[in-house]
Structure formats: structure tokens, C-alpha cells
Ligand binder design. Structure first.
Ligand code: 6CS
Ligand code: FE
Length: 311
């Protein structure tokens, strides 16, 4: 039965694009009073910009372990033809592998690693669970772009995420340079919601994970957001082992990778336990579980800090 809830963030209702105010806090407790791994300044920086890069949160030895696990999961999925393995448009290269936090092994343990979970808890001021996880692999020479988008816009419309109270955590597994398609973010863009024109096509995710066309901002709204940031488009560049935390509504995207160097990252989305998914605001059927977890959701108990090495 369809519940009647007011839609704080309407989008894809067929009408014109509109820039609306954010109606939720960016950090869910006062930076000065919050306790957790982030300093007051780091909390303030996340609040102002909508993201925070923790350089080398994982050390070189840990990065070696992470890379080995990445290679193994890529090999295991190379010839697996399944919905949760997304290929690059027009080629057979893997673009993303979803739901890795349920692998019953390394990535499941990593998703509970206290070094990252406690930061998510501090930002969201609540217990958290994973609403989506994936490995993004942007191969050298042929990795295609991700067009500008707010994740929240999709998660709200297609998955029924009610409020802006989720944070993405991207663990950088390769050195990210200006030239291998790093994530680009618009500082301050988390403070506005771009309501997008158009309607969501049936089964949209089958195309949108390769190339998103529905729920992307129009050119005028995008120009407005960048102008508001004084023309600043930031890039998440840095050595492997760095971890980027970014708000669910921060406008971001990335260019293609025609350099010889792949760009891969592990991506966990932590959602507040008070912000569990409802019926999609599009009125359509929910997307599959591998994209948007809603079954057997439990708050994460932060796990041990040490990376579990495979024997
Ligand atoms: O569909 C998703 O959940 C994610 N993927 C894309 C291409 N856009 C929205 C969101 O980041
Ligand atoms: Fe995204």
C-alpha cells in the first residue's frame, strides 16, 4: 500500500528545473560539541564544503592488502554476467561491482571498520547502516565519465530515501591524479537541491548505472551552482589509501580516463538508522536490493580497525 508522506524534495515530476533550499542539516550535530575521530575544524570543513578528504587514512601496507582484494574480486567477476556487475558502455570492461559489503569476507569486514564507521556516525549523529556499496573501476584508456549528479536525488526519487542524512565514503585504491578521471565536487552545492525536469523511465537503473540521463541537473542550474562556488570545481586527488567522505547531496561527477592508469575506489554509503528507505517518491517499484538495501537492515557495530588479511 502506498504511504502518504509529504515529499520534501520533489524531482522528476515532469516540470521545469528548480533550485530549492536544503531542509536538513549537513552535519547532524554541532561541530564544537561532537565527539568522534573528526576534529571541530574537520567537522566545520565538511559542513561548509559538503565533503572532506582524509589523506592516507590507510597506510601503504594496508593499501597493498586492499589492492590484492580488489584484484581478486575483479577476477572473480570478470566473466560473471549478473545485474550487480556493471560494464562500461560499449565495452566488456567492468565499471562497477555492487553489494560488496555482503561478500561474507574482506569487504564486509572493511565496511564495518571502525576507522570509517565512527566518522560516518559522527557526521550523521546516529547509528548507521549501509544503503549501497560498490567498487568503481575506471580502467585506463577507456574509463567513461560519470555525469554531474546529486546521489540523493536518485536515492530519494528511485529508492525512497526520505531525508538528507547519508554520507558516502570512497576509499581511494589507486593514486588519483588530475588526469585519470578523479571525482570532481562543487563545494557548497550540498546546500541546494536541484529538482530535475523529466520523468524516470521504467527500469531506469539498467541504463543509468552505465550512463545517467534521468535526474541530472540542467545546464543553467549547474552553472548557477558553480558560480555560487566562485567557479571552484574541486578534485579528489591524492595518494592511494586516502578516503573521501561526501554528503549525499553534494553535486559531483567525473571525466573519462584516457590516461594509462586505472582509477579504482571502494564506495560505501552510510545512512542514518533514522533515515531508512521508504517507498520510492517516484511512485514506481523500488530498485533491486543490490542497489538499495532495505531487507534485514541492522545498525553496524563498528568492527576492529585492523584489516582482515586473507590467509
Ligand atoms: O544509481 C545510483 O544509486 C548512483 N549511480 C548513479 C550513476 N547516479 C546516482 C547514484 O550516484
Ligand atoms: Fe554519485
Amino acid at each position: 500500500m502506498r504511504q502518504t508522506v509529504t515529499d520534501k524534495y520533489p524531482s522528476r515530476t515532469g516540470s521545469e528545473a528548480e533550485i530549492m533550499d536544503r531542509k536538513d542539516p549537513v552535519v547532524h550535530q554541532e561541530p564544537e560539541q561532537s565527539s568522534g575521530p573528526l576534529s571541530t575544524d574537520e567537522m566545520k570543513s565538511f559542513q561548509k564544503n559538503g565533503y572532506l578528504l582524509k589523506k592516507q587514512l590507510f597506510n601503504e601496507e594496508e593499501v597493498t592488502i586492499l589492492r590484492k582484494e580488489l584484484d581478486q574480486i575483479m577476477k572473480a567477476n570478470e566473466s560473471r554476467d549478473a545485474d550487480d556487475v556493471i560494464k562500461e558502455p560499449g565495452s566488456n570492461e567492468i565499471r562497477s561491482i555492487f553489494e560488496i559489503h555482503k561478500d561474507g569476507g574482506f569487504f564486509q569486514a572493511l565496511s564495518k571498520n571502525e576507522r570509517i564507521v565512527k566518522i560516518a556516525e559522527q557526521l550523521l549523529a546516529d547509528q548507521v547502516y549501509i544503503t549501497q556499496s560498490r567498487i568503481n573501476f575506471k580502467p585506463g584508456f577507456k574509463g567513461k565519465e560519470f555525469y554531474w549528479h546529486s546521489d540523493f536525488e536518485t536515492w530519494h526519487v528511485e529508492d525512497g530515501m526520505p531525508d538528507m542524512r547519508a554520507v558516502s565514503c570512497s576509499i581511494v585504491l589507486t593514486d588519483n591524479y588530475e588526469f585519470n578521471g578523479p571525482l570532481m565536487l562543487i563545494p557548497g552545492s550540498q546546500n541546494w537541491y536541484v529538482s530535475c525536469p523529466g520523468k524516470t523511465p521504467e527500469g531506469n537503473y539498467k541504463e543509468s548505472l552505465k550512463k545517467q540521463e534521468s535526474g541530472v541537473p540542467d545546464n543553467d542550474s549547474m552553472r548557477w551552482l558553480v558560480d555560487e562556488a566562485d567557479g571552484d570545481i574541486d578534485r579528489a586527488t591524492g595518494p592511494a589509501g586516502s578516503v573521501l567522505f561526501f554528503d549525499c547531496n553534494t553535486m559531483h561527477g567525473s571525466a573519462g580516463n584516457i590516461s594509462p592508469y586505472a582509477r579504482s575506489n571502494v564506495f560505501f554509503v552510510y545512512n542514518s538508522f533514522k533515515n531508512k528507505l521508504q517507498q520510492p517518491f517516484s511512485g514506481m517499484d523500488p530498485r533491486p536490493e543490490f542497489l538499495a538495501n532495505r531487507e534485514n537492515v541492522e545498525p553496524i557495530k563498528p568492527g576492529r580497525d585492523q584489516l582482515a588479511r586473507r590467509k
